[in-house]
Design a protein around this ligand. Structure first.
Ligand code: COA
Length: 436
C-alpha cells in the first residue's frame, strides 16, 4: 500500500518535467568507457524512455578504449601530441573498426523489446549517416596530426527531419571531408558542434568521471558558464573532467541553454539528473547568473524596499534597517541593471549542521521567472559549502512553493535548540526541512 502511494506520488512529481521537455531536443553523449562497463543496455532503456516522452534525442558515442583495443590487437603503439591522438593510417583503420562495431552494438541495444522489459513496444528506429563534415586539425608545433580532425559542420536540417519523423539520431566520432576523407574526431567535439548546430535545449555528457568537485572537495552542482570558466582556469580539475567542462562551456556560450555532466556510475543517472530537482551531476547554464551575488552594505536600501510590502502584509517578520545592516553578510541578492530584484538570507547553526533560509523574496514584477528557484539553489550551495546537511524554512504563506522544491514538513522540535527558543508561537509558522 505504501509502495503504491509512493509510486503515484512519484509519477505525479515527474509530470512538470514531462510537460517542460516534450518536443525539446537533447544531445546525449557518452564515452566508449560506458559501453566497456556494460552500461549500454540500461542507457538504451533510459533514452528510450526520453524518446517515449516526446523528447528528440541525438546520441553521440565515444570510442577511445575500443580504438585502443584495436590498436593493441594490431600491435600498433598509440601516438599522441599534447594529449591529442595522432591518427595515422593504421590508427584510422582502428577508429573505423571501433566505430562500426559500436554502432552495431548501439543499434542492437535500441532494438530490445522483450515483453516485461522497459523497452517492450518501443520500436525505436535509430538513424546514422554522413551527418558530420570534418576538417583536419593540421600541423601543431611541426607535428602533423594526420587524420585527426575537428567538426566543421553538422547536417542540422537532415537531422531535424529525422527527429521530426520520430527517429533517434546516432553520431559517431568520425567525420567526412569534401575531399572524401574520413577524420577521427572526439566525441566531445561532435556532441558540442551538434548541440550548437541543432539549437538543442540540452547537451548531456554521461561520463566515466566522478561528480565534479572544487578545490576543497565540495561537489559542484550548478554553475553559470562564467563560473565554470573560473573553475576551469583555477586548474583544480582532472584533465578528463576539464575536457568535458570546456565543451559544456563552449556549448552554453554558443546558445545551448543548459549542459549537464553526469557520471554514469549511478544507475539511471541521466533520468535522475533530468527528472529530479537536484539531479546527480553538474549543470552548466548559459544565462548570466552574475547578477546573483552576496549582498553588501550598499544593498540595504534595495532590500528594504523589497521586503517592506511583505512585512506590511505579514508574510515576513519585521526587521529594521539596523538589524539588516548588521546581518547583511547573511544575504544574497539578485540584481538586474543595478536594481535589487530578489534576496534570500542564510543563518547557519553549525552545531546541528543546519541552516535557516529566511527572507526569500522576489520582486512581484519579476516573479514566476525562476529567480526564486535560483536564490534557493544558491542558498543551498552556500549551506553545502559550509558543510551543513539540512536547510529549514519557517513560512506562513509559501508552504507549497517549498514543498514543490524538495522540502518536507517538520515540527518546531526538529529545529536547532537556539532557534526553538526564538520560535514565535503567535505567528504559528510552518516548518519545512530539506536534506542537502
Ligand atoms: C516565493 C517567491 C520567493 C518565489 O519567487 P519566484 O521568482 O516567483 O519563484 P519561481 O519563479 O522560482 O517559482 C514560481 C512558481 O512558484 C509559484 N508560487 C509563487 N508563490 C507561491 C506561494 N506562495 N505558494 C505556492 N506557490 C507559489 C508560482 O505560482 C510559480 O508557479 P509556476 O511555475 O507553476 O508558474 C516569491 O513568490 C515571493 O517573493 N513571494 C513573497 C514573499 C514570500 O512569500 N517569501 C517566502 C517567505 S518564507
Amino acid at each position: 500500500m505504501e509502495n503504491q502511494i509512493q509510486f503515484v506520488q512519484w509519477l505525479r512529481s515527474v509530470a512538470p518535467y514531462i510537460h517542460a521537455f516534450r518536443g525539446k531536443t537533447f544531445v546525449v553523449a557518452f564515452p566508449g568507457e560506458l559501453v566497456m562497463a556494460g552500461a549500454l543496455p540500461v542507457l538504451a532503456h533510459d533514452l528510450s524512455l526520453l524518446h517515449a516522452l516526446g523528447i528528440k534525442v541525438v546520441i553521440v558515442h565515444g570510442s577511445r578504449p575500443q580504438v585502443e583495443e584495436q590498436l593493441g590487437l594490431r600491435n600498433v603503439a598509440p601516438r599522441y601530441h599534447k594529449g591529442i591522438r595522432i591518427t595515422d593510417t593504421a590508427a584510422l583503420e582502428c577508429a573505423k573498426e571501433a566505430a562500426g562495431e559500436l554502432r552495431l552494438d548501439i543499434e542492437a541495444a535500441f532494438s530490445q523489446g522483450l515483453p516485461n522489459t522497459p523497452m517492450a513496444h518501443a520500436a525505436i528506429r535509430i538513424i546514422s549517416g554522413n551527418f558530420v563534415v570534418a576538417r583536419p586539425i593540421g600541423i601543431i608545433d611541426g607535428v602533423d596530426l594526420e587524420h585527426t580532425g575537428l567538426t566543421r559542420k553538422i547536417a542540422a536540417e537532415t537531422i531535424h527531419s529525422v527527429l521530426g519523423a520520430g527517429g533517434l539520431v546516432m553520431l559517431s566520432p568520425l567525420g567526412f571531408s569534401p575531399t572524401g576523407e574520413v577524420f577521427n574526431l572526439t566525441m566531445e567535439d561532435v556532441a558540442t558542434a551538434a548541440a550548437i548546430a541543432l539549437h538543442a535545449d540540452k547537451l548531456i555528457f554521461i561520463t566515466e568521471t566522478p561528480m565534479m568537485t572544487d578545490a576543497s572537495g565540495t561537489e559542484i552542482r550548478e554553475l553559470s558558464s562564467h563560473q565554470a570558466q573560473a573553475v576551469l582556469d583555477s586548474n583544480c580539475l582532472a584533465s578528463d573532467i576539464s575536457f568535458y567542462l570546456q565543451h559544456a562551456i563552449k556549448a552554453c556560450n554558443s546558445g545551448v541553454p543548459r549542459a549537464h555532466i553526469v557520471p554514469f556510475a549511478t544507475d539511471g543517472s541521466a533520468l535522475l539528473e533530468l527528472f529530479t530537482h537536484d539531479g546527480v551531476g553538474t549543470m552548466i547554464s548559459s544565462e548570466n547568473l552574475e547578477s546573483l551575488r552576496g549582498a553588501n552594505i550598499e544593498d540595504v536600501g534595495g532590500i528594504l524596499q523589497l521586503i517592506e510590502p511583505y512585512e506590511a502584509d505579514g508574510t515576513l517578520v519585521k526587521r529594521g534597517r539596523e538589524l539588516l545592516e548588521r546581518e547583511i553578510e547573511n544575504f544574497s541578492v539578485i540584481e538586474h541593471d543595478g536594481v535589487i530584484f530578489g534576496c534570500a538570507a542564510l543563518y547557519p547553526f553549525p552545531e546541528e549542521k543546519m541552516a535557516e533560509m529566511a527572507c526569500l523574496i522576489v520582486n512581484p514584477e519579476a516573479q514566476a521567472q525562476g529567480d526564486g528557484e535560483k536564490l534557493l539553489r544558491h542558498t543551498e550551495n552556500r549551506a553545502r559549502a559550509l558543510g551543513l546537511k539540512k536547510l529549514f524554512v519557517l513560512t506562513t504563506r509559501t508552504a507549497h512553493w517549498f514543498l514543490r522544491r524538495g522540502f518536507v514538513p517538520a515540527t518546531v522540535d526538529d529545529l536547532p535548540k537556539d532557534r526553538q527558543h526564538m520560535y514565535n508561537w503567535q505567528r504559528k509558522s510552518q516548518v519545512f526541512i530539506k536534506n542537502l
